[in-house]
Design a protein around this ligand. Structure first.
Ligand code: AMP
Ligand code: MG
Length: 492
């Protein structure tokens, strides 16, 4: 493990040349302050988790440039809410470079909110502290749930007010990702009629992320297949945990299927298939139950940029795999939530009727599964309170469920253990994130960010003790009535 000044920067993206980015240094931020540092993510870039943090405010604000970093703003385009926007690009974030860790893997080291670039389109190049806190916690919450996501390394506040609805403080998140290359990077070169640059991007991704395909004559097909499959699995994970991304534009999807660019995201509280977490999404294009189909649509748009490399019918064939991979992953995840391992047709019917019941009764989606596990040890009270009334279809469902449990042939204790290992007790409820934000903004007290992080990095287990004021019952309770279905706006 290395100190912060000795990270192994490799900077492969730079080698693609100036058509792909603007070389740009961060704009210094006034009086930066380190709010959070995620020791768990440090080894991803070979950084010693116990490193001295004195210099970190300077480093993670971009004020001090690390030796080896070659910061750049990528150019990309993308479909936003279904409409093509020809020129986006990194307007407020910079890739400092790719850093190799001790296992020989590398991660992109990226600062989000570090000042204007050529692609800022008149915006200020900054991010609000509130959205930065949400992004910092959101990435780690999904990681804790075992989903594929970009990671948070650090969160810095800077002493500048920026203007949204009101003047407010700004923040910078250091994001680590397997890649920052988005569907939108491909679209930019496709729509500006430079297929040779699309090919170079594809070659770059294959060489560095799918090296086993490099020599294969079908490599472009296999590469597209890889993207289709990773994306399908990522979204199946979202659907299983009740996560709404909020802005599934093609510029917010990376080629490696990591959940990316956390903006107005949200975890569903009461089950509602039409849940819209993004207040700006007036037509519900990115509503919870639309996410799987939007993932497919985005992949179709990516496929269009590859037409000079892959025949149309082959592209279609590969895209058709999306639903198969999605369904398999989703069923496996739902089976695990129900403590089942046999995911056959009977299970599918059980799952479908469960979703009908959940939509009708709208219990807290996360806690429903913990209560279902509890009911196996005799506590059915909490579970039944979730349902408005004990209707016949509810009883039928429990009978069907018991029948499938019997096939598993395990004792109740193992059953409960299995279920509690697959169903989180803690999720990042919007109102909890908001409490952390309010405390940070009003009292410069950042301790709630740390408390939430501690819970969310291990969301399946109760904390061993209630140090630091962590009360498991409080943090795992259903969202209180006034805060249910909270939406967050895009403009942060
Ligand atoms: P996002 O909503 O963060 O995915 O951003 C969409 C596009 O708008 C990207 O090209 C961003 O770089 C750009 N953008 C968003 N907010 C800002 C800002 N405050 N300053 C500059 N560019 C921004
Ligand atoms: Mg974005």
């Amino acid at each position: 493990m290395n100190p912060i000044t000795q990270l192994k920067f490799k900077n492969r993206f730079v080698k693609l040349g100036g058509d792909f980015f603007q070389a740009k240094h961060p704009v210094p931020g006034q009086s930066p302050r380190l709010i959070a540092f995620n020791r768990d993510a440090a080894p991803l870039i070979g950084l010693d988790p116990e490193a001295e943090t004195e210099s970190f405010a300077g480093v993670f604000s971009g004020n001090t440039l690390l030796p080896g970093a070659e910061p750049l703003a990528m150019v990309y385009a993308g479909h936003q809410f279904g409409v093509y926007n020809p020129q986006l690009g990194d307007g407020r974030g910079l890739l400092l470079g790719e850093v190799e860790n001790d296992a020989g893997e590398s991660r992109d080291f990226y600062l989000k909110g570090c000042g204007q670039t050529r692609f800022c389109r008149g915006f200020d190049g900054r991010a609000t502290l509130r959205s930065s806190i949400r992004e910092y916690l959101g990435q780690e919450a999904l990681h804790g749930l075992g989903l594929s996501t970009t990671r948070s390394l650090a969160l810095v506040g800077i002493g500048e007010l920026i203007y949204r609805e009101h003047p407010e403080p700004a923040g910078i998140v250091t994001r680590l990702a397997r890649t920052h290359i988005r569907f939108g990077n491909f679209e930019y070169f496709h729509y500006t009629n430079r297929p040779e640059h699309v090919t170079r991007l594809a070659d770059h991704v294959v060489e560095h992320h799918f090296p086993e395909m490099v020599e294969d004559k079908d490599r472009y097909r296999l590469f597209y297949r890889g993207v289709v499959e990773n994306t399908a699995r990522m979204i199946a994970g979202w659907q299983a945990v009740g996560f709404g991304h909020g802005v599934m534009n093609t510029d917010n999807m990376t080629l490696l299927g990591e959940t990316f660019d956390f903006g107005p995201f949200g975890f569903m509280d009461r089950f509602n298939p039409r849940y819209i977490c993004n207040r700006s999404d007036t037509h519900g294009r990115y509503a919870f139950n639309q996410q799987p189909e939007i993932g497919r649509w985005n992949l179709f748009k990516l496929g269009e940029t590859l037409q000079h490399l892959i025949p149309a019918d082959t592209l279609q064939e590969e895209l058709n795999r999306y639903s198969t991979v999605f369904n398999l992953e989703f069923q496996n995840r739902m089976a695990a939530k129900l403590g089942l391992t046999i995911a056959d047709a009977e299970f599918e019917s059980l799952m479908n009727s469960l979703f009908r019941l959940l939509a009708a009764h709208q219990p807290d989606y996360t806690n429903f599964f913990r209560r279902l596990a509890d009911s196996k040890t005799g506590n059915t009270q909490d579970l039944l309170e979730d349902f408005h009334q004990r209707t016949g279809d509810l009883d039928d469902w429990f009978k069907q469920y018991d029948r499938l449990l019997e096939r598993e042939d395990i004792d109740a204790e193992t059953q409960v253990e299995r279920m509690n290992a697959a169903n989180p007790k803690f999720i990042l409820r919007n109102y909890l994130a908001q409490r952390a934000i309010d405390l940070a903004m009003m009292e410069q007290d950042f301790s709630e960010i740390e408390r939430l992080h501690q819970l969310l990095k291990n969301p399946f287990a109760d904390p061993d003790d209630d140090r630091d004021g962590i009360d498991p019952e409080f943090y795992s309770a259903d969202t209180p009535e006034p805060y249910r279905g909270m939406q967050v706006s895009c403009s942060a």
